[in-house]
Write a protein that binds this ligand. Structure first.
Ligand code: KG4
Ligand code: ZN
Length: 343
């Protein structure tokens, strides 16, 4: 095995086509082609997503190779997202990766998307601390598809401690955003409008779920009902209060997440917290966790740099690299899966 293997990572589980090339833990290229078509539908349309992956994947791979300034024959292995995700979208990445591995005669590595969101922290300088988290740690995965707390004892030793019982946090933000008149994906738009808002202006209910599970459907109904009621008296309510509404939503969500993580810390005695997933790009959530970490020096908080929060090929490549180093190769007969499976 080479000392500094070159791995290509292919991500196509949802609506972003991500291709990255890494050498050891250094990113040589990280190309992401977004699909803007879903904006007008208020969410990802699976059929359109898979067609666009099909259209974009060759271009993304070519760009990744060109940017990395390597020859395709230098690549040692190809890793790709096997699941969870949209099955049609996953199939495009899987088919491409299998052909690529056969064409070049290099090994194939399959990756779990959630595991990859967490392991992105093992790319060199991937988080704002510019250091690697030490095991064991608690991974908080907050994305469009998942909201989970995972105990991570080693690269491939992970245990699910808690999960959402209904919607994921990203889904909730995207749905509330549509009501506020924004387009998909709503999370970044809520963040944008919250900037000068008064986060104490409105109070929303927090879920009361025992243990380490989450629930967000009650919170969503509370926000939607609140807005509906206000609109009855004032049709301009949203327009006049948009910044305060967004800031108050973000504050509530950040508190819900932090309170659950604190519970997980008490239960496990683990004080190293690693944030992952698209929603961890949110400024308020990042600030809440960072300032909490600075108040209590037992805590070590790891927050990914923005480019490594939402879906990307680099997280697939680094997870592939860890499997490559352990000779955890896969056969070309593997098939993608849509639903979350424990690693
Ligand atoms: O991890 P990700 O790219 O895809 C999944 O694996 O699901 O996460 C996408 C989610 C979307 O719900 C999007 O609205 C949310 O991440 N998101 C944000 C921000 N950027 C992306 N939510 C809040 N604030 C942001 N800045
Ligand atoms: Zn994701």
């Amino acid at each position: 095995m080479k000392k500094k293997p070159i791995i290509i990572g292919i991500e196509s589980s949802c609506d972003d086509t991500g291709v990255s090339i890494i050498q050891n833990r250094n990113v040589l290229s990280n190309i992401i082609i977004h699909q803007n078509i879903h904006k007008k539908y208020g969410g990802v349309v699976p059929e359109l997503a898979s067609r666009l992956h099909d259209k974009n994947i060759v271009k993304a791979v070519q760009e990744a190779i060109l940017t990395a300034k390597i020859n395709p024959y230098q690549i040692d292995a190809v890793s790709f997202t096997l699941g969870p995700g949209l099955i049609g979208s996953l199939l495009v990445g899987a088919s491409f990766a299998k052909s690529f591995s056969m064409g070049l005669g290099i090994p194939l590595l399959t990756v779990n998307h959630i595991q990859a969101h967490i392991l992105v922290h093992f790319i060199k300088n991937a988080n704002i601390n510019n250091s690697y988290p030490t095991f064991p740690f608690l991974g908080l995965v907050i994305s469009g598809g998942h909201t989970q707390i995972i105990k991570v004892s080693d690269f491939f030793q992970m245990k699910l401690l808690g999960s959402t019982l209904d919607n994921s946090i990203g889904e909730i933000l995207d749905k509330i955003a549509i009501i506020l008149g924004f387009y998909y994906p709503g999370g970044p738009m809520i963040e944008y409008y919250s900037k000068n808002g008064n986060e104490k202006k409105f109070t929303f209910s927090k879920p009361t779920v025992n243990g380490l599970d989450f629930s967000f459907s009650g919170f969503k109904s509370n926000v939607l009902q609140f807005i509906k009621n206000k609109l009855k008296d004032n049709t301009f309510f949203i327009k006049q209060n948009i910044s305060d509404i967004c800031a108050s939503i973000e504050k509530t969500i950040a508190e819900i997440l932090l309170e659950k993580v604190q519970k997980a810390v008490l239960k496990t005695g683990i004080y190293t917290i690693v944030l992952a997933g698209g929603v961890s790009a949110n400024h308020k959530i990042r600030k809440t966790f960072m300032s909490f970490g600075t108040k209590d020096n037992r805590y070590k908080i790891f927050i990914p740099k923005k480019e490594y929060t939402t879906d990307n090929g680099a997280m697939i490549a680094i997870t592939g690299l860890m499997k490559y180093k352990r000779n955890l190769f896969d056969s070309i007969h593997v098939t993608p899966y849509a639903k979350f499976k424990m690693f």
